[in-house]
Design a protein around this ligand. Sequence first.
Ligand SMILES: CC(C)(COP(=O)(O)OP(=O)(O)OC[C@H]1O[C@@H](n2cnc3c(N)ncnc32)[C@H](O)[C@@H]1OP(=O)(O)O)[C@@H](O)C(=O)NCCC(=O)NCCS
Length: 195
Amino acid sequence: MSLPTLSTATIDRRDVEARSATTRSASGARVVLRAPRVGDGAHIWRIAKDSHVLDVNSSYAYVLWCRDFAGTSVVAEVGGQVVGFVIGYLRPQAPHTVFVWQVAVDQAQQGRGIGAALLEKLLDTVAEDGASVLETTIAPDNAGSIAMFTAIARRRDARITKRALFEPGVFPDSHAAEDLYRIAPTVRTTQEDRR
Ligand SMILES: CC(C)(COP(=O)(O)OP(=O)(O)OC[C@H]1O[C@@H](n2cnc3c(N)ncnc32)[C@H](O)[C@@H]1OP(=O)(O)O)[C@@H](O)C(=O)NCCC(=O)NCCS
């Protein structure tokens, strides 16, 4: 089976202003959603670091991600500044499943719908290539993240399930357990939904 591919050029043409009327930056400026470019890697790394919640990967990992997984990742921009991101990939063994590796929004911009808008944009993008399942892992104590993914499932009338994936013992350090959340089906069904 051939894997779906998305070129950055294809995604760039789909840059959109965040659709929801409730998605506004802290200053009231519009929020633009687009595929990441290599130059965004440094900003993504900084947002991950400042979150004090996410595992901070090397800056190189984020730069490489922006090159190789731009088709399954989205950044949110306000006034030309990257203020949020979601990075994901289509699972090689399950190409209809998008795995969300990390999602974060600058603290100053949280609570305004940007996190949800990033995920919505990602799901609509990968849906064009047949992906209809979202997986992610969430630490059991991350209530905000659990609330956000639950809201996404509710908005799409999808089922959200949870099971243990990685116990602390598989990690070489003091990393906490990670639960696997699965949301399906994520595809919007009506024309009205796609607006
Ligand atoms: C999780 C995070 C990305 C949410 O971004 P955000 O832009 O503030 O989220 P939104 O404003 O789009 O909210 C989306 C939904 O989640 C809910 N939500 C978000 N943060 C919440 C919190 N801390 N507590 C309760 N609910 C929360 C919102 O109420 C909303 O639900 P609704 O549609 O029912 O109203 C952001 O808090 C963040 O960057 N956290 C640090 C990094 C992190 O934990 N990432 C997730 C790792 S798996």
